[in-house]
Design a protein around this ligand. Structure first.
Ligand code: AMP
Length: 115
C-alpha cells in the first residue's frame, strides 16, 4: 500500500519539505487555507487516527512536538496557530495517511461552522 504522502516522504514526487526526521516529515500544503499551512505526517503509513496502535504512541506524540518546533521556525508561535487532524468522512479526511494540519499566520476564526 502506498499514498501520495508516502511518495512525498520517499522523494518520488516534489513537495516543499520544511522538516524531516526518522519518524515524521512535514511539508507545505499544496492548497493552503492560511498563510502558513503545513502537514506533519508519520513516515510510516497509518491511514487514520482510528488505526493508531499502542506502538504508535511515540510517533503520535512526536507529531505534536514537531508542530511546536515548526511553529517556532515559521515565526507564528507567539501569535498562535491551529492544529487539526481530520478522521474519515465526518472529519472531512481526503488523504488516508495520517496527517496533522498546522495553520497560522492570520486569525483563523471559529473552529467549525456552527449549525
Ligand atoms: P485532509 O482533508 O485532512 O485529508 O487533508 C488533505 C490535505 O492534503 C489537503 O489540505 C490537500 O490540500 C493536501 N494535499 C493533497 N495533495 C497534496 C500534495 N501533493 N502536496 C501537498 N499537500 C497536498
Amino acid at each position: 500500500m502506498t499514498t501520495i504522502f508516502a511518495k512525498i516522504i520517499r522523494g518520488e514526487i516534489p513537495a516543499d519539505i520544511v522538516y524531516q526526521d526518522d519518524l515524521v516529515t512535514a511539508f507545505r500544503d499544496i492548497n493552503p487555507a492560511a498563510p502558513t499551512h503545513i502537514l506533519i505526517v508519520p513516515n510510516k503509513i497509518i491511514p487514520t487516527v482510528n488505526d493508531l496502535t499502542a506502538d504508535d504512541e511515540k510517533v503520535a506524540g512526536h507529531m505534536l512536538f514537531v508542530a511546536k518546533i515548526i511553529a517556532e521556525q515559521e515565526g507564528i508561535a507567539s501569535d498562535g496557530y491551529r492544529l487539526i487532524i481530520n478522521c474519515n468522512q465526518h472529519g472531512g479526511q481526503e488523504v488516508f495517511h495520517l496527517h496533522m494540519h498546522l495553520m497560522g499566520g492570520r486569525p483563523l476564526g471559529p473552529m467549525i461552522v456552527r449549525r
